[in-house]
Ligand binder design. Structure first.
Ligand code: UT7
Length: 360
């Protein structure tokens, strides 16, 4: 279920305590009620800055041709990917996230003291714990608020941005840094041509701030764990050893079919929730996994190709980083302008998927 209803002024008046606690509070004596401080009424949130970072090293399809049994022609015709960035040895997810965050904070005009919530979407954390968000908090010199990771693979940024929006809407936090960052290259078997040609590394970030006018208009998030086997890295660390396969495995065609069906439904759900039509969308920023999936969704939803932001050719699939990377690219080259309507979409392992519709 989406949360657009929560954002209609007047529908929620209890603040963040929820109906149960409120009813108890209302039945207490006046004296006690005066002692209770409720959080501010529901607020809106809006993206006030974006940033991104790509590692220096670029691996082209031609580079891969010399190492595995593949061709540039196969990769381009089946996926649209021409090149991807790969992090240097020792360059960690939090390093990529840090660079993207600095740019997002600079473009938003905020400093470390302004941020009171950090959410990092990643499947490739620096370590098991602390979270990459906590490591990022330290690198940025942010000293307060909450910091945590979300793990929804390529849908991670949708989950992170939706979560940050709800925290801000509740009044609990005021200014969030929301990041998608990955070093997916480290989950790949570079001898497996079915998977290694598809992914890349990178990070994208946004600053989301409390606002008097709606920025995020609606969000829907979905998961179907019964499909967990079609895209996974089933390995883990247990008793000091790697248990299972530490490399990515995928049934490409099953993922493809699921993605197209799920994303079409999710886009329609977002449009219905807001009463908007596809014709009113200024931009569609989809997950960048495969140009054929992107075009298929755009056609089904009814968004003309010239309003679709694509970076898949140069970035490959950067998982949770793909949408914020593409968003930042289109903001920086001034395709996406203030007050335009933008639809973001993610889909990935879990399977998970979701859509966010926002006024930039
Ligand atoms: O974030 C979500 C993550 N994943 C996705 O969105 C991926 C969704 N799926 C896809 O994008 C596509 O299914 C792929 C791009 C992964 C594969 O494309 P396909 O058209 O479904 O190809 P296929 O898996 O059916 O493979 C066709 C042929 C096979 O050869 P045979 O068995 O027909 O002889 C593969 O072995 O292509 C072969 N093949 C390759 N050939 C050259 C697979 N990978 C390669 C390769 N280079 N890199």
């Amino acid at each position: 279920m989406g949360f657009s209803a929560l954002l209609r002024p007047g529908t929620i008046s209890e603040g963040w305590h929820g109906p149960l606690k409120i009813s108890r509070l209302l039945s207490t004596r006046k004296r006690r009620r005066r002692q209770v401080k409720l959080a501010p009424a529901m607020a809106y949130s809006r993206i006030i800055g974006t940033g991104s970072y790509l590692p220096e090293r670029v691996v082209t399809n031609r580079d891969l041709e010399s190492k595995i049994d593949t061709t540039d022609e196969w990769i381009v015709s089946r996926t649209g990917i021409e090149a991807r960035h790969v992090a240097a040895d020792g360059e960690m997810t939090s390093d990529l996230a840090y660079q993207a965050s600095l740019k997002a904070m600079e473009s938003a005009g905020v400093g470390p003291d302004d941020i009171d919530l950090i959410i990092v979407a990643t499947t490739t954390p620096d370590m098991i714990f602390p979270s990459t968000a906590c490591l990022l908090q330290s690198k940025l010199g942010v000293r307060r608020g909450a910091a945590f990771d979300v793990q929804a693979v390529c849908t991670g940024f949708m989950y992170a941005l939706s979560t940050a929006n709800l925290y801000i809407a509740s009044g609990a936090h005021k200014c969030a840094l929301v990041v998608g960052a990955e070093v997916f290259s480290r989950l790949l078997d570079w001898n497996d041509r079915r998977t290694c040609v598809l992914f890349g590394d990178g990070a994208g970030a946004v600053v989301l701030k409390q606002s008097e006018t709606p920025g995020i208009l609606t969000s829907n998030l979905h998961a179907d764990g019964s499909l967990s086997g079609i895209l996974r890295v089933d390995g883990g660390i247990s008793h000091g050893k790697i248990r299972g396969n530490p490399y990515l495995e995928m049934d490409g065609q099953a993922v493809y079919r699921t993605a197209v069906r799920a994303l079409d439904d999710s886009a329609q759900e977002a449009l219905t929730a807001t009463g908007l039509t596809a014709a009113q969308l200024d931009w569609f920023v989809p997950h960048q996994a495969n140009i054929r999936i992107i075009n298929s969704i755009a056609d089904k939803v009814g968004v003309p190709r010239e309003r679709v932001v694509t970076t898949v050719a140069r970035h490959g699939n950067t998982s949770a980083a793909s949408v914020p990377l593409a968003l930042d690219a289109a903001v920086r080259d001034q395709r996406i302008k203030r007050d335009q309507l933008v639809m973001l979409q993610g889909v990935g392992g879990g399977m998970t998927w979701g859509t966010i519709l926002l006024r930039y």
